[in-house]
Design a protein around this ligand. Structure first.
Ligand SMILES: Cc1cc2nc3c(=O)[nH]c(=O)nc-3n(C[C@H](O)[C@H](O)[C@H](O)COP(=O)(O)O)c2cc1C
Length: 186
């Protein structure tokens, strides 16, 4: 069974929740996941696999995540890994959201040199109750533009949690197959 580091960048805590959820699924599959914020994350040595998750803020993934990717590029490329993107663009109806996320990933490649072996994208949250006044106003405008909820009296969760579970389960079984070559794929 694999030791999996799940490294995340999160401002309002939503991506941190995704990281914990993926860890629960991987633990249930028999692996040993460890979750850490990118700013304080251990180096990849000593782990068998790595998942890096980050939300987008103002068009960029978290600086600590970008730094982690840059600092550990060769080690990362040599081990099973995946990148998890969390954004409101992914949650916006229509094709332009997916195009925007593809653009974020392209910028990430340019900024860090990181070419994820596997990249998945999930909708994030509108945490209106956690924002200060200016951020709330800005996000309300972005939400209206993106066809998302504008009721600032409550938070809105756009994550497909079943899809998060499915991704974590599939990553976990890929690791099992890598550990037991010759085992037929399920
Ligand atoms: C100040 C701010 C800027 C944001 N900028 C973007 C953006 O440029 N594109 C996008 O798709 N989502 C954007 N978002 C949405 C976040 O990615 C989303 O709220 C996510 O769930 C935040 O996750 P976190 O709590 O882990 O940071 C922004 C959110 C905030 C609060």
């Amino acid at each position: 069974m694999a030791r999996v580091a799940i490294i995340y960048g999160s401002s309002e805590g939503h991506t941190a929740r995704l990281a914990e959820r993926m860890a629960e699924v991987m633990a249930a599959a028999g692996h040993t996941p460890e979750v850490a914020a990118a700013a304080k994350a251990p180096a990849p040595d000593g782990y068998d696999a790595l998942v890096v998750a980050s939300s987008i803020h103002v068009g960029h993934y978290h600086q600590a995540v970008r730094r982690y990717l840059r600092d550990h590029l060769p080690a990362l490329a040599a081990m099973p890994h995946a990148f998890v993107s969390v954004s409101l663009s992914e949650a916006s109806p229509g094709a332009s959201g997916a195009e925007t996320v593809a653009g974020y990933l392209h910028t990430l490649r340019e900024e860090t040199g990181f070419e994820p072996a596997r990249a998945v994208s999930f909708g994030g949250a509108l945490a209106f109750r956690r924002y200060g006044v200016l951020t709330r106003l800005m996000l309300r405008r972005i939400a209206a533009h993106g066809g998302l909820a504008t009721d600032t009296s409550t938070n809105h969760d756009y994550t497909d949690w079943a899809a998060v579970d499915a991704f974590a389960a599939s990553f976990a079984s890929e690791l099992e197959r890598a550990e037991a070559p010759g085992t037929p794929a399920r």
